[in-house]
Design a protein around this ligand. Structure first.
Ligand SMILES: O=C(O)[C@H](O)[C@@H](O)[C@H](O)[C@H](O)COP(=O)(O)O
Length: 282
């Protein structure tokens, strides 16, 4: 790692302003990545992140023109947070591709499925087709499923950079645009759990686990290396149960927890979105 990326955090009273601000930031990033001029934010009520946005703009201006923007989703409370804001944004939907940072290896009909949760709460509110959401094939074994999902994501990355200048065109481009991460009370993020050997996997985009400490046991996940190559990482943590680890990771720079190992290698900020409870020890 050649640089020391900074992390910034914003604190909100509760879920609604947090959702609004996260949506606003996503809109900014997406529009800049696509080289659109962002409207002046008249439909946004939250404008208190000027400093972070200004810093982000410098990074964003350096981005190349893209075919579409790749956005990785996580489960948990993020589903509702995104459902609170994305349907109200004027985003260039045909140029957005959603995929999953991690997924539980269960059928899509199961209430345990992260895809199912997004489908029920968010996707059906958006003008998306099946092509706009890249998901696992849960009919495969978990090993095959990880390989199949890796192939799908590699194709996505290739297609996403089709219009980019040849200098950045590469079949080995492993850089997703935006990853939205949550954090468990144990400091896990994606399906990267504390002290689990999955944290050491670094020879692929996607891997699997069969012994998750949090059910269900079988899961597919981006590797830590893949996450740390992302251009923009936005982390949402809410609730008192998160406050100790939030403090240790943000303030004390503790890298022991999986969430503390999120240190993107390129010059970009990790942006935290916290509610007052999660931020109470900062
Ligand atoms: O697959 C899972 O078990 C969940 O998706 C999980 O990883 C979740 O994202 C975090 O625990 C944060 O969840 P909350 O934001 O709801 O606390």
């Amino acid at each position: 790692m050649t640089s020391t990326p900074q992390s910034t955090y914003n604190v909100y009273d509760d879920e609604q302003p947090l959702s609004t601000s996260l949506g606003y930031q996503l809109e900014k990033i997406i529009n800049y990545l696509l080289r659109r001029s962002c409207a002046d934010g008249v439909h946004h009520s939250v404008r208190n992140t000027t400093e972070q946005v200004a810093k982000g703009d410098q990074d964003l201006a350096a981005s190349k023109q893209k075919q579409f923007v790749t956005i990785g989703l996580s489960g948990g409370s993020l589903v509702q947070i995104l459902a609170n804001t994305l349907p109200y944004l004027q985003l260039p939907w045909p140029q957005i591709r959603f995929f999953f940072v991690d997924e539980r290896h269960v059928p899509f009909t199961s209430n345990e499925s992260t895809y199912h949760a997004y489908d029920q709460q968010l996707f059906r509110q958006l003008p998306l087709t099946q092509d706009h959401v890249i998901k696992i094939n849960a009919d495969l074994t978990v090993e095959e499923c990880a390989k199949d999902y890796e192939d799908k994501l590699r194709r996505l990355l290739q297609e996403s950079s089709t219009n980019e200048p040849s200098a950045v065109q590469s079949t080995n481009d492993e850089t997703f645009d935006i990853l939205l991460l949550g954090m468990g009370p144990d400091g896990h993020t994606a399906s990267l759990f504390p002290n689990h050997k999955v944290l050491d996997v670094d020879n692929c985009l996607v891997t699997y686990i069969k012994d998750s400490p949090k059910p269900p046991q079988e899961r597919i996940t981006l590797t830590l290396t893949t996450i740390n190559k992302a251009k923009h990482v936005l982390i949402v943590a809410m609730g008192e149960a998160k406050s100790q680890i939030v403090k240790e990771v943000i303030k004390d720079k503790n890298e022991q927890y999986p969430i503390g190992k999120i240190r993107p290698a390129i010059k970009t900020q990790v942006r935290w979105y916290l509610d007052k409870q999660a931020a109470s020890q900062l």
